[in-house]
Design a binder for this molecule. Structure first.
Ligand code: NAD
Length: 442
């Protein structure tokens, strides 16, 4: 298993994704009552790991071999659910840790799915659409019955999108003719059974969770996002939608970035203009009236809210002391490492965790799956309001559990757990409770 370390002076941190997910789990498990040891061991491991190797003919007549993964962590609440990412740095360990995260996310927002995740090691930036289609079809056919509407339901993630989902659906349909196969994937194009509001769900959810959190008055002088200065790392499906959503509510987006670098404007950016610029130029960098900064500099800018919405492990022991925000809102999965969590907590910077902040995506994916079952298409406002209510309920449950520590109901604890630990504890408790209610087989 690959162990990656970050080295910063005398501090070093284990960035292996499995080690991180286990460290987070252990911290949360301390707060789960009656958790049997055997269940801890079971929940730390994935239920099933699929590794597929397959050849694909490239446009230059060469043949390339690809490796892909699909991991199902837990299915106590229903079929597995989780995105598929295409990235050169995909590893089995990362996919396992992300599948676990999906279990906790679904449990936290009460959608009847388990946790799953997939990935293919490839570099989409150097592949054209025809090659991507062949990779997607072959990967899907290799998985065959490992995915399915009641088995495991993929969705988009890093560098996959609704086109990828359309190819997966089409391939699955060829392999399983004669059924309503639409619910096999979510995040599909609207005309193929996709849901209104799915594309915007994760970015909008970042706003809804932040608004609900601010309404609890933990950040002095800021009970809503109006006038707050926001810095966003990543300007893709999550980051760009979140930027627009915060901007519409009167927040000031002072910096955004993508894989090529960042742009900074203390006066505030118009996210719609940045989107147009990126669509034309392929990058946010170079936009008029902005300063060019690196992604590292972006994470250390003075702001009110820092919203990482790109890759994992971006805020770590090497830079957490330099984070200059009042609140970190995890749009991406795992952007803050356990070491950074500790440093930020010591510095009084709240972190709203991924399983809460970016759960809007899986929530609307669930609504897409329901619509597909009954052959309906609900409107954007209905879906978005249903999602808002679910996210608010999840935020409230995390906050009230946290408050119980603050007001001393659980005063035996030396220190107050952070929001990630509380959110995970709630999710783990629900999964454990359901497992025991169902009864351990046989
Ligand atoms: P995306 O592919 O649409 O966008 C990713 C963005 O990150 C792009 O702007 C890309 O340029 C940027 N990026 C890549 N490498 C970077 C780097 N080194 N530094 C800075 N920026 C970099 O992906 P997405 O769907 O927006 O997903 C972003 C994150 O959110 C991922 O962690 C994903 O797992 C998580 N997430 C996504 C969804 C969803 O519904 N899309 C749901 C839950 C969680």
């Amino acid at each position: 298993m690959a162990n990656k370390f970050t080295q910063t002076g005398s501090t070093e941190e284990n960035l292996d994704p499995i080690a991180i997910s286990e460290a987070q789990f252990d911290r949360a498990a301390d707060h789960v009552k009656g958790l049997k040891r055997g269940l801890v061991e079971f929940l730390k491991k994935p239920r099933r790991v699929n590794i597929v190797n397959f050849p694909v003919e490239m446009d230059d007549d060469s043949v390339q071999s690809f490796q892909g993964f699909r991991v199902q962590h837990n299915r106590v609440f229903g079929p597995g659910k989780g995105g598929i990412r295409y990235h050169p740095d995909v590893t089995m360990e990362e996919v396992i840790s992300l599948a676990k995260l999906m279990t906790w996310k679904c449990a936290l927002v009460n959608v009847p799915f388990g946790g799953a995740k997939g990935g293919v090691i490839c570099d989409p930036k150097n592949l054209n659409d025809r090659e991507l289609r062949r990779i997607t079809r072959r990967y899907t056919s290799e998985l065959y019955d490992e995915i399915g509407p009641y088995q495991d339901i993929p969705a988009p993630d890093l560098y996959t999108n609704e086109q990828t989902m359309a190819w997966i659906f089409d391939t699955y349909e060829v392999l399983h003719p004669g059924f309503n196969n639409r619910p096999v994937v979510t995040g599909k194009p609207i005309e193929m059974g996709g849901s209104y509001g799915r594309y915007e769900a994760t970015g909008n959810g970042c706003l809804f969770i932040t608004q609900r959190f601010l309404s609890k008055a933990l950040i002095p002088n800021h009970q809503d996002v109006t006038g707050m200065r926001i810095v966003i790392q990543g300007f893709g499906d999550v980051g760009a939608v979140a930027a627009n959503a915060f901007h519409r509510q009167g927040a000031k987006i002072i910096a955004v970035s993508d894989s090529t670098g960042g742009i900074y404007s203390p006066a505030g950016l118009d996210p719609a203009e940045v989107e147009q610029f990126k669509a034309r130029q392929g990058s946010v960098v170079g936009m008029a009236d902005t300063m060019t900064i690196t992604n590292e500099e972006l994470l250390e800018l003075e702001c009110d809210i820092l919203l990482p919405a790109a890759l994992g492990n971006q805020i770590h022991v090497g830079n957490a002391a330099n984070v200059n925000a009042r609140l970190v809102v995890e749009g991406a999965n795992n952007p803050v490492t356990p070491g950074a969590d500790r440093i930020l907590q010591e510095r009084g910077i709240y972190v709203l965790p991924d399983i809460l902040v970016n759960a809007g995506g899986v929530t609307v994916s669930y609504y897409e799956w329901v619509q597909n079952q009954v052959h309906e298409q609900w409107d954007y406002d209905t879906i978005t309001e249903k999602m808002r209510a679910k996210l608010h309920a999840a935020m409230d449950s995390v906050f009230s559990r946290w408050q119980a520590f603050v007001v001393g109901e659980e005063s035996a604890r030396e220190s107050i757990p952070d929001f990630r630990t509380i959110a995970l504890a709630i999710a783990i408790e629900r999964v454990v409770h359901a497992t025991l209610l169902r009864g351990i087989w046989p």
